[in-house]
Design a protein around this ligand. Structure first.
Ligand code: COA
Length: 169
């Protein structure tokens, strides 16, 4: 199976925030953002693997800034690293200023997807080739995040989380 650059999985969506998407303070609901990010990350994972992909874990989401009603919001997602059947996908969330057109990053989310066959059984995926400095940084740190996620889920033992242990040595 040939490796593929991270950029080949890039998936982008732009939408406007409507009243039905917001809370009482006219900011985007957290759950609404999570759902939108999940969808575009799934597209990135499927673009990388050419398989059906399911969300296995939401590793990290930071709601750093409010996304106000009427915002033009863009989410860009790319597979940062793949393992055997799983893929880490990172989404960057931007707001676009209506007047100047300037894009500001407001949030970031990290999800893990698993490629499955028609019976829902995990299937192998291509490896990722990181190209830019950011892609290389995210590729390297993905192993640490995978171990943390598996540890929290009780799927590995603390002594198997070698990358995490190395952080404290
Ligand atoms: C995802 C799913 C197919 C995994 O099946 P499984 O039999 O548990 O398979 P495994 O334990 O071999 O895990 C498959 C991969 O997921 C990874 N994984 C499992 N749990 C994980 C977690 N919490 N965090 C990160 N990776 C995880 C495993 O490390 C493995 O990766 P690898 O193949 O790259 O080494 C199965 O759990 C499933 O169908 N879950 C429901 C998915 C779903 O419906 N999502 C939408 C939620 S509403």
């Amino acid at each position: 199976m040939d490796s593929k650059p991270s950029s080949a999985s890039l998936a982008i969506t732009t939408d406007i925030i409507l009243p039905s998407d917001t809370n009482a303070l006219n900011g985007l609901f957290g759950g609404e953002l999570l759902a939108r990010v999940d969808r575009i990350c799934c597209i990135a994972a499927q673009r990388h693997s050419h398989a059906i992909c399911v969300t296995v874990s939401v590793n990290n989401v930071s709601f750093e800034k409010v996304i106000p009603l009427g915002s033009m919001m863009t989410i860009e997602a790319k597979v940062s690293r793949s393992f055997s059947s799983s893929m880490e996908v990172i989404a960057d969330v931007y707001l676009e200023d209506r007047i100047s057109g300037a894009k500001t990053k407001v949030n970031e989310a990290i999800y893990t997807f698993v490629a499955v066959d028609q019976y829902g059984k995990p299937t192998k995926v291509p490896q990722v080739i990181p190209e830019t400095e950011l892609e290389k940084k995210r590729y390297t740190s993905a192993l640490r995040r995978r171990q943390l996620s598996l540890l929290v889920a009780g799927k590995i033992k603390p002594n198997e989380a070698t990358e995490l242990k190395a952080l404290f040595q």
